[in-house]
Design a protein around this ligand. Structure first.
Ligand SMILES: [Zn+2]
Length: 135
């Protein structure tokens, strides 16, 4: 699988985007406070691979830890993507929610998942097997 362009949206469709993504490059789940509560399952790309197709005003930004913006739809509350700049993780990025892509389940099921212990800032180790079930 090479890089392909996918579309995605929130639940109501007010927020729409397009992303150039290589799904074989993998995806991530994390146990930090926001990722766990939102069951964040995302894939990251450089900013030029992400294109917002809807009005920025369709979202409200959630920017609490000073690192990652988590905009969410003003109408339905779904959070289809995030973006930030973390030098330790390669600089500026966009992270799209795989669950928000217009994509077949069998393709999603084949995407490799990398788990991270973000809760303890220990990004290169996985949470326990039990905890992974909640992510
Ligand atoms: Zn919406």
């Amino acid at each position: 699988m090479a890089t392909q362009t996918y579309t995605g949206s929130c639940h109501c469709g007010e927020v729409r985007f397009e992303v150039d993504l290589d799904l074989e490059a993998g995806s991530g789940k994390c146990n930090c406070s926001i990722c766990r509560k939102t069951r964040n399952w995302s894939a990251s790309v450089k900013p030029d691979a992400f294109r917002l197709l809807s009005e920025p005003s369709a979202t409200t930004d959630y920017f609490r830890n000073g690192m990652v913006h988590w905009p969410f739809c003003r109408t339905c509350g779904v959070r289809p993507y995030g973006h930030g700049d973390i030098p330790e993780a390669g600089g500026p990025f966009y992270a799209v929610q795989l669950a928000c892509l217009d994509i077949a389940d069998d393709i999603l099921a084949a995407v490799p998942v990398r788990y991270a212990n973000g809760r303890d800032n220990d990004w290169w180790h996985e949470p326990s097997e039990v905890e992974k079930r909640f992510l």
